[in-house]
Design a protein around this ligand. Structure first.
Ligand SMILES: [Zn+2]
Length: 99
């Protein structure tokens, strides 16, 4: 045990050690932002991302929304090969990524 381990409070010492609560896989549960209920992610997906407790509509990605609206058969995606282009060749005067 190093001198640093001796002076750190117990909460900080736990960092890196596996506890029983941290063994739950990430993404298994979803906490509703409206009613704070904890729901299984699989249950939420089966209910089309609508909270089973309070009917809160969670945000959907564009793909998820299209999958809900369109039938599996008979749909054809157009423009999948189209990529965005930078026609203006805009260069920012400030580096916003590191700010
Ligand atoms: Zn809810």
């Amino acid at each position: 045990m190093s001198w640093l381990d001796k002076i750190l409070p117990p909460k900080i010492k736990r960092d890196g050690a596996e506890s029983a609560s941290s063994t739950v896989p990430e993404g298994l549960w979803h906490k509703c932002p409206s009613c704070s209920a904890t729901i299984y992610s699989s249950e939420l997906k089966q209910n089309d991302m609508v909270c089973t407790k309070c009917n809160y509509h969670n945000p959907l990605s564009a793909r998820e929304r299209l999958n809900l609206l369109l039938d599996e058969n008979g749909r054809e995606e157009i423009g999948a090969h189209v990529k965005p282009t930078d026609a203006l060749k805009f260069k920012d005067s400030k580096n916003t990524l590191t700010a």
